[in-house]
Design a protein around this ligand. Sequence first.
Ligand SMILES: Nc1ncnc2c1ncn2[C@@H]1O[C@H](COP(=O)(O)OP(=O)(O)OP(=O)(O)O)[C@@H](O)[C@H]1O
Length: 420
Amino acid sequence: MSYAILAESVGKSFTLHHLRNRPNDSLRDALAGSLSHLSRSLLRRTRGNQQDETEEFWALKDIFFQIRPGERIGLLGRNGAGKSTLLKILSRTLEPSTGRIRIRGRIASLLEVGTGFHPELTGRENIYFNGAMLGMSKAEIGRKFDEIVDFAEVEQFLDTPVKHYSSGMYVRLGFAVAAHIDPEILIVDEVLAVGDARFQKKSIGKMHQIGQEGRTLLFVSHNMNSIMQLTQRALVLEHGKIVCDSATGDAVTRYLSVDATEDGVRPLKPRVDWLSDVHFRWLREETDPGFNNPLNFRLGFATERRISRLVFTIGFVNTVGARVLTCKANLDDIESGQHSLGLGITDHHLIPGTYFVQLDLWDSAEELFSYENICTVDLFAASTDDRLIQHISRRRGDKLGCYAPITLQTLPASESHQHD
Ligand SMILES: Nc1ncnc2c1ncn2[C@@H]1O[C@H](COP(=O)(O)OP(=O)(O)OP(=O)(O)O)[C@@H](O)[C@H]1O
């Protein structure tokens, strides 16, 4: 079968050095410590000499996949899962330690802000410099030049060295060059998140167009809506391994459920050191099956400080990654100590189905705690009407969200034909 990208048994290991008796030992150890925590199972510890220690860390292991020409693929994974390492190997900026990559077609990649740019050169010079690196001739770049400048919206700064550009400008220019060299394969990492919302929308539109033209697209994002919009198939990476390769909807569900536990009972790490012992749980046993029945949660935490105004939000994300409902409450003057609160949500209007719950805690304007998939909530249909609503909503786009009843009025015959 023909392919655009073929990965065969690709692995990448890094050697981590833990240098003893050095002034910055503790920082190195701290970094290495967090890495080994991330992927203990992939680590093999070897001893160098008495003082230095090295660890072999496998950031990617046994990666096999095939991408056909014209496919639009999403790559999902938590921080440190190995996405950037894989993209760097695909775009040949990193050599794999095992296996091989085969690529057919001109490839353009946008991996990090500013890659492929020379800081001392102007925007104009960098378009030629970057275009040449991506395999375009001077004449080709000349033909595309105006389109690139126009798309990047940097006309005013064209003769300014790019070292004076903001990160948003870098990304705009980088994306514009990569997207206009007519790549057969376009690889884009999260960088777009740096641009403003309008540019993100514009670049998603451009990638969509590139996909429509039958080019191959590989796209990494933590934004499930963009992944859903742009790709048909997605790979999920966990600790350097592909754990799911399927239709995007299924892959997003798999990715979102990675962290969600059934009951959500576990200690969670807050963003401030004076808050601890955060526990959150959906009281499944207190929820009656059926549409719009109240949902109850329990939140526990310990605070060493008085909290003047605690703001909670509970968000509900459907199985394709869209946040469909946000609920909020506040509580004033919480004294230091251990606390346990019951949080009830009535009239949520959620269609029966599975939702991933996000919890955020703020003290006025300071973020105290944020957790994406703290638990899952499964709401069951209890009546024929519930099942009908669920069925219709699934058929119309396989999404779940909220449902609200319509108030019906019977209008006199003459009024029902009037136009506004
Ligand atoms: N040069 C390197 N030396 C040592 N370890 C590395 C190196 N590059 C990456 N790693 C480690 O490999 C693992 C995978 O990193 P990678 O950047 O590919 O993850 P990611 O999925 O892209 O994460 P993020 O979403 O945070 O960008 C991480 O634990 C990272 O610390």
